[in-house]
Design a protein. Structure first.
Lengths: 735, 153
């Protein structure tokens, strides 16, 4: 497998997530173990009951990406059991058994495609061996079918349920020695399968972090400074404690430096604030309203979005601080170009806004901590809690609940360490729940960014020069988290004379990965500017993109190879399915835009069809997606949902979303000022899988980035007005 | 103060302040966890429950203002329309994270109870108060069509 990465932020994520390696260990119990009730544990992931019901463990956090269903599908396929006999259990956080457990980077498919099928194959081989021993025949003569081992020569058969107890004496085979199924014989992989939790979801059963209940549990709210990480100067704890139902109010000293994640962590740690613990959450909030907190001064309290933009223009006018890439001689090529294009692009800070606000339940007992957390990243949470509370990591148990959305927000475990600290102080099990306002004003934001681009075309309309001065955030040569750009950013390597300059400015706003980190902003900038160049060249933007990709199927070496041939394939497919060639027939005020982007190992091209009213209102009529994520769509049902959701998420960001920083704090606090797309705006999204002979890769993210430039390029086609700043401002589009 | 609440056909007594929203009375006091908290200002619809069949936002409805029978996602399957809607949601596997879906199902059930064959425009109007952060809108629309016996496309 090639782990191809586009950009520093992605490398940064992988480094901090510790997922850079190919091999994730999976533990196959040395011998099968009998459990209560006749249930037989075949290995760390598989249990078989006498009645043939197979319980498969899902190791990773479920955040709505459908992993709790998809990972067990891989095991069940090679185990050769009917899906209807499968039950799924959620694992606790336990890296000694499961290796890394996280939801991020669209990594679960590439990391588990091979391993999880082998987990199933090992369990199957042990059941076959148990039958062969009982029948005194070679295991090689036995076959399996739907949870039954067969020996055709002697016409004998035995169910897995009857064989499981005999697996205890069998040594598991080396997983690598086992043959895997011919994909043509798959019965589960490739079949549309509903999420395992769906029946519970539609009947409102408790599944989420917010639904956790413990005997004697209290409810907590925690107020932090609007200026990120400022300390508490004073608070009226007595007034809060006078509210009926409030048990305790106290200052959490925290650590103002906890905004900067230490190595191995994403997001924030325990920041200063004031906690209120009560019999119910409403009482806690009423107590909180009386706290009258005074915050200490903080060095970043003058920062603002406006100030960042001004500073970015100033930095762009001067000499860049450093270079990320410098091929050929871009200055000379621009001078010699037949035509040049210059443009400045900008995008804002964004919040994740998962619909379930951050929360966590913690219980402190006899020096040990038990945690129920909707987290995408449990193990760093354990380390953070251990370090902050001064306890041993092994004295912490973390149960992973279903997450009401993640989008990268729950890679940070700030809410977990807060709950742990408050529970210890309160001396009772505590459910900490952030308000929506807490969630939006204390996010780990997608960083804003500024790009100052120049492009040069020769007389034939070829791109002969490409330049970007990226003004971002950071200190010295280190980008703020998720604020980076890699040297390989497209069209790096595809234009002879190309330079990427970098300058950064300091930032007091916590940043981190938002779904398709880096890519969710860079795709907009680069794919829009390439569209500008296409129009400047008088070319069809689709043909222009194909020409830019060139004739080589792959450019660069693993792990940073770019499969230009795969991208050309999805571009052509998107063009065909959308009727791109006939777009000139669209009525006035309508247009189609095309964009493509490679991220998270997936190649995506998308076409958007928009109508823009004379008042400047944008209606997206339809989006077409051509996707190349390799040779196998594991669960077409979940896969389609992910792609459609990602596209609408991208459109929602582009049309509506912006976090404004003023006086060092986030202005937008709830859905009235930070609107999310609603059903009346959601266009149909048609998806085509372009199957290529490559290993299957993930779908949580890569459909999002090209949706944004497809939209803005379509707006240009409809109106002749170029969107160079997000979110789209209807005032700019007024006829 | 003690309030008597009929929830899903069962009478409960909740001793809470009169200004406590119905949502928190249900969740923290009565342990009825299906209705969800998303915004607290009637913007997202995750907290939607029915009072006498009418959808309301329980996050902004004080418990003292509740007059009538409360139905939550846990009880909506006992109504013929609610059962159909839950089945359509299951058949089409609408959810991604699933957090908003109790509210979506409550709004969809209220729509179909008063308008058995809604048009796309009717669906937009009735459902635009419910945010799905995962943006499962295509399937929400299709599930409502299916539950109403109309073509899904």
């Amino acid at each position: 497998m090639t782990l191809e990465m586009t950009g520093a932020s992605r490398r940064e994520f992988l480094a901090t997530a510790g997922a850079g390696g190919l091999v994730i260990s999976f533990s196959v119990a040395s011998k099968a173990q009998a459990q209560a009730g006749g249930l037989q544990q075949i290995n760390a992931y598989v249990k078989v009951a006498p009645d043939g019901i197979v319980t498969i463990t899902n190791k990773n956090p479920e955040i709505g990406q459908g992993i709790k269903t998809m990972l067990p599908m891989l095991i069940a396929e090679e185990l050769d059991v009917p899906w209807e006999k499968v039950r799924i259990e959620q694992a606790d956080s336990d890296p000694t058994v499961y290796g890394r457990q996280f939801a991020g980077g669209s990594m679960a498919t590439p990391l588990h495609w091979e391993e999880h099928r082998r987990v199933g194959a090992v369990a199957r081989a042990m059941l076959v061996q148990a039958a062969a021993q009982a029948w005194n025949c070679p295991a090689g003569e036995c076959t399996t079918q739907a949870g039954v081992v067969l020996h055709k020569a002697s016409n004998r058969k035995a169910t897995y349920g009857s064989l499981a107890s005999q697996c205890a004496g069998i040594t598991p085979p080396d997983p690598k020695t086992l043959p895997l199924k011919d994909p043509k014989t798959y019965k589960i992989i490739g079949r549309p399968i509903a999420q395992y939790d769906t029946p519970k979801i539609v009947t409102g059963q408790p599944l989420f972090g917010i639904d956790v209940q413990r005997p004697g549990m209290l409810f907590a709210t925690f107020e932090k400074a609007p200026v990120f990480a400022a300390g508490v100067a004073s608070a009226d704890l007595a007034a809060a404690q006078s509210v009926k139902g409030v048990r305790k109010a106290f200052v959490v000293q925290g650590d103002s430096k906890a905004l900067q994640p230490p190595p191995g962590q994403i997001g924030a740690g325990l920041l200063p604030g004031v906690a209120v613990v009560a019999d119910n959450w409403w009482a806690a909030r009423k107590g909180r309203e009386r706290l009258n907190i005074k915050w200490q001064d903080h060095p970043t309290s003058a920062q603002s979005s406006e100030g960042f933009a001004a500073k970015a223009r100033e930095l762009a006018a001067g000499k860049a601080q450093r270079q990320a890439r410098n091929d050929g001689d871009v200055d000379a090529a621009l001078k010699g170009a037949a035509k040049t294009v210059e443009a400045a692009y900008a995008y804002p800070f964004l919040a994740h806004a998962p619909l379930e606000p951050q929360n966590c339940t913690a219980e402190w007992k006899d020096g040990k901590l038990e945690i129920w957390a909707p987290t995408q990243n449990p193990e760093p949470g354990r380390q953070l809690c251990a370090k902050t509370l001064g306890i041993k990591p092994e004295d912490i148990t973390i149960h992973m609940t279903r997450c009401g959305g993640g989008f990268g927000r729950r890679l940070s475990n700030d809410y977990m360490v807060e709950a742990a600290w408050i529970a210890r102080e309160a001396g009772a099990p505590v459910k900490l729940l952030w308000t929506r306002e807490d969630d939006m004003r204390h996010d780990i934001y997608r960083p804003a960014g500024f790009h100052f681009l120049k492009g040069g075309l020769d007389a034939q309309g070829n791109v002969v020069a490409f330049y970007d001065h990226f003004v971002s955030f950071g200190e010295g040569t280190t980008f703020a988290p998720s604020a980076g750009m890699g040297a390989g950013e497209f069209p790096g390597r595809f234009v002879q004379n190309l330079r990427y300059d970098i300058s950064t400015m300091p930032l007091g706003v916590p940043t981190g990965p938002l779904r398709a980190p880096g890519s969710n902003a860079l795709a907009f900038v680069f794919q829009s500017f390439i569209d500008e160049l296409a129009h400047a060249a008088g070319a069809d933007p689709l043909a222009f993109q194909l020409k830019l990709l060139g004739d080589k199927p792959v450019v660069g070496e693993p792990p940073n190879a770019y499969a230009a041939g795969r991208m050309a394939g999805v571009l052509r497919a998107a063009g065909e399915m959308s009727g791109w060639a006939n777009r000139s027939r669209l009525p006035k005020g309508e247009g189609m835009g095309i964009a493509c982007y490679y991220s998270h190992l997936g190649y995506f091209a998308e076409v958007a069809h928009v109508a823009v009213s004379p008042a400047g209102e944008v209606k997206v009529k339809k989006v077409w997606v051509a996707a190349d994520v390799g040779r196998q769509i594991i669960n077409p049902h979940g896969a389609l949902n992910q792609v459609q959701g990602s596209v609408l998420d991208g459109l929602s960001e582009a049309l509506h979303q912006k976090i404004t920083i003023q006086n060092g704090q986030a202005v937008e606090a709830n859905f009235d000022t930070y609107p999310l797309m609603r059903i009346n705006e959601a266009p149909p999204v048609e998806v085509k899988w372009v199957i290529t002979d490559n290993p299957p890769t993930g779908l949580g993210e890569p459909a999002l980035p090209p949706a944004i430039p497809a939209l803005t390029n379509a707006i240009f086609a409809a109106t002749g007005k170029r969107i160079r700043s997000l979110p789209v401002d209807p005032a700019v589009l007024k006829a | 103060m003690a309030f008597k609440l009929n929830v899903n056909g069962k009478v409960h007594t909740a001793d809470v302040d009169p200004d406590t929203p119905l949502l928190w009375t249900l969740r923290d006091t009565l342990g009825i966890l299906g209705p969800k908290y998303g915004c607290g200002i009637a913007q997202c619809g995750a907290c939607t429950v029915h009072v006498d069949g009418q959808p309301i936002r329980s996050c902004v409805t004080p418990v003292s203002a509740v007059q009538g029978k409360v139905t939550t996602i846990e009880g909506i399957g006992a109504t013929p329309v609610g059962k159909k809607v839950q089945k359509a949601w299951t058949d089409l596997d609408v959810a991604q994270c699933g957090y908003c879906q109790p509210g979506q199902i409550m709004s969809a059930t209220a729509l179909l109870a008063s308008n058995p064959k809604p048009t796309d425009a009717d669906i937009d109007t009735a459902m635009s108060g419910n945010i799905c952060r995962c943006a499962t809108y295509t399937r929400i629309r299709a599930a409502i069509k299916r539950a109403s016996g109309q073509r899904e496309a």
